[in-house]
Design a protein around this ligand. Structure first.
Ligand code: FE
Length: 375
């Protein structure tokens, strides 16, 4: 039976080839990734959400427990299959695997913030890959033993939607690889990326106690393009939050503000600064005690130095506070951005006790005093 044997041999060959192709596709999502130059920064429609999703929010942290029928009615089909039925999109097929825009990645099903662009790295696996999540609550994990593999599934921290898997072959500093489905993510560029005239921009670095508080206020001021939380004025290069808290780095918690000086100006920036923190307290703001909480203005040029000294003198002369202002006015040298989970802390953690009890009152005080100047 030579023909039957040949048929069986050909059939077996076909099965082996098919198995090989399938295995290669599955294993490619587990392999060590290497950088690629095939990147894409071109602005594009990176939104995967459906316009009629009433649960979509970047600020609502309430857990979502919706029925499968509801999810099916509010999500586009491909997103629904990935998010609710753990489907995997084809490698190299999504919009975001080689995308390099600067901004934030959100859950496409519910809008929950998941990753920052500076935690994304070039990966040849064909899916968008990140070495760090935005916030400890951004995602949840569960074991996944499908396909005879022991993997860790990554789910959205708010809606529980399937996002992808976590592997231990990412780059430093975490050596993690959050291998995500592109369709499960929405990308929104930072506002500063869409601002056109860089010449109208100015930068100032201010320390007014806990940077979560100061950042939350300036994010709301008209004319402010971006606010980053970090550290300045110390001796340690690239300090961590933990090191700064220990008080040995001499850094202050600061915010670095980029603003459009055709919409706001240094004078208004300083007025806000002296409204939302107590500049008469030495090395503390309320219950936050330590040199990292000192009141300080880091000036970049003569104009900023003169403006800072002038407003301090004016406030002291007018006896606005019952004690003299202790705010230091120092030359700016270096700004070190704090870890990602410190950025936009108030917006991302509104239900935390510190946010409700300490930050929210400062934001409300600002909103009352500058009600015509809120974005
Ligand atoms: Fe979600």
């Amino acid at each position: 039976m030579p023909d039957a044997n040949a048929y069986i041999m050909n059939l077996m060959k076909s099965i082996i080839i098919a198995c090989f192709v399938c295995c290669a596709m599955i294993l490619s999502s587990c392999g060590q990734s290497t950088p690629t130059n095939n990147s894409n920064t071109t602005p594009m429609d990176t939104s995967n959400q459906k316009p009629n999703n009433p649960y979509y929010s970047h600020t609502d942290t309430t857990k979502l427990t919706l029925s499968d029928a509801t999810w099916k009615s509010i999500l586009p089909t491909e997103l629904y299959e990935v998010s609710r039925h753990k489907d995997t999109e084809r490698a190299f097929a999504g919009k975001l695997w080689n995308f390099e825009g600067i901004g934030t990645y959100y859950c496409a099903a519910c809008g929950f913030p998941l990753f920052r662009s500076d935690a994304k790295f070039a990966s040849t696996c064909g899916w968008p890959s990140f070495f760090e999540i935005l916030h400890k609550n951004s995602v949840e994990y569960q074991p996944d033993n499908s396909y005879s593999m022991n993997r860790t599934e990554v789910l959205c921290g708010r809606c529980g939607g399937h996002l992808g898997h976590l592997f231990d072959d990412g780059p430093a500093p975490t050596h993690k690889r959050y291998c995500m489905n592109s369709v499960a993510l929405d990308f929104e560029p930072d506002k500063k990326e869409v601002t056109v005239n860089e010449q109208q921009h100015d930068t100032i670095t201010l320390g007014g106690g806990c940077y979560w508080c100061v950042e939350a206020v300036y994010e709301k001021l008209k004319g402010v393009i971006s606010v980053e939380s970090g550290f300045s004025g110390g001796t340690t290069k690239n300090p961590t939050y933990k090191e700064v808290c220990e008080g040995t780095t001499h850094h202050a918690e600061v915010v670095q503000i980029i603003f459009d000086n055709t919409i706001t100006n240094l004078d208004e920036i300083f007025k806000v600064f002296f409204t939302v923190h107590n500049p008469t307290e030495v090395n503390r703001q309320g219950h936050d005690v330590g040199t990292q909480y000192r009141s300080v203005i880091f000036y970049r040029n003569h104009e900023q130095q003169v403006a800072a000294l002038s407003i301090i003198k004016a406030l002291n002369d007018a006896k606005v506070y019952d004690k003299p202002i202790v705010t230091a006015v120092e030359k700016f040298t270096e700004f070190y951005k704090a870890e990602n989970y410190h950025q936009n802390y108030f917006e991302n953690n509104k239900n935390e006790p510190y946010c409700r009890m300490v930050i929210q009152p400062k934001v409300e005080k600002f909103e009352k005093a500058f009600k015509d100047r809120i974005k």
